[in-house]
Design a binder for this molecule. Sequence first.
Ligand code: XMP
Length: 520
Amino acid sequence: MSSTPYDRLLIIDFGSQVTQLIARCLRELGVYCEIHPCQTITEDFLADFAPKAVIFSGGPASVIEAGAPRPPKGVFDLGVPILGICYGQQVMMQMLGGRVTREHGTAEFGRAYVTPTGDRIDLLNGWFQDVREQVWMSHGDHVSAIPPGFKVYGTSPNAPYAITADPGQHFYAVQFHPEVHHTPNGRTLYKNFVRLAGFTGDWTMGAYRQEAIRNIRAQVGDQRVICALSGGVDSSVAAVLIHQAIGAQLTCVFVDHGLMRLNEAEEVVSMFREHYNIPLIHADEAERFLSALDGVSDPETKRKIIGKLFIDVFQAHADGIAGAAFLAQGTLYPDVIESVSTSGGPSATIKSHHNVGGLPEKMGLRLVEPLRDLFKDEVRALGRELGLPAGFIGRHPFPGPGLAIRCPGEITREKLDILRRADAVYIDQIRKHGLYDRIWQAFATILPVRTVGVMGDGRTYDYACALRAVTSVDGMTADYYPFSHAFLGETAARLINEVPGINRVTYDITSKPPGTIEWE
Ligand code: XMP
């Protein structure tokens, strides 16, 4: 649980795939909220957390079955507004004396339409302007009787109790998911709910920054912190924030594996050292990494070699920083949300992929993770608040193994040089055409084939290069970007004219799935 001076909303997670979207919606409304798995919530927890309102998420379990997750009864005695979503509605109805049943034909998955019953409540301000509202349903069970004090405010063909409420107690419950975009007016319900609960929308990025600085100072005291700087947005924002909090007590270590893009390493070093005046160790270890990768063509072996060497190199440099007690990481909120086991088994597992290979334990360091309450776009907003250049904050993602996975097959220095130049020309083209911010990720790869061409009067036998550009929300799925033929033709001509070593250009139009974004 974070300490925060802001009013907080507690989201009790019953394991829905879309619980994070509830948090996103609330954050956008300026409301501080935390997601906690149902299994970890006790009466004491509720008393400590002191929420100003509570939301029960959806979830895959059935309240009819034994062992279904339930919040402590005391949640209904807190005297604060509660909103139940889907499973959250059913658990609320059942615990307060209603009934949930499963009958043939009452399941409802996908788009549905809810119509009002005639009675109005403030939760529904701005709803039913067009008589009915489109909502997203995903339920097998349904509510078949409501508890005393509740009334029905909206119904759908398969969910007669689609919206129920006891407005006197500020208990609200809906069978559908207002947080998904298939419920187009869903955000209005959250807005109304937080207003009813008295939230003022005081959770802003400026406020977050001040609070984060206070927390870092309190955590670190006068001890030293080291930060593995990758040049990416998350670790950079974390480093600048920590530096604002504790100044020269922070040392950054930038492990340069020689697999960065053109001029990237120099830019990172000059930005941090000169612009921000942050003590920075530039571990120029290109030779070590490239020697270790010599002759390796298997993608997973490449990743393992780079990962292991990264840890060794980082540790060697960090060991030289006397008195370091903390390791700073740019861990984000989606990485720390505990995943819920609704089967009643071991309560939770925490993803740890941001932990640099178990380094903190190995080196006896404690973690400073000032971004662990934030989503990715909130980190960007914080970066802007901290004055990081807009061009830097909006940069496309770049993978940890760098160009190694954009050079399918064996990696050579020659190929890396060609790739760097090709990538720079390609990105320059995209920027010149004003397309950079419309694309989620764009890059060049150098293919492990040479092809025959003709330039001037001579025959060439050079590498082929493939261009990739995708749109995506989170990198999990992606579509190729539909460049115009004019753009592709102009870019191919520039690449072949300006980058010696390339005589053929292709554009990758594979979506993900079935492809991946990177080639390896
Ligand atoms: P794929 O290729 O799996 O990539 O569709 C999805 C996103 O993840 C990035 N990526 C990585 N990032 N280490 C990273 O830090 C990796 O090993 C890695 N592999 C892929 C990729 O650039 C894309 O944004």
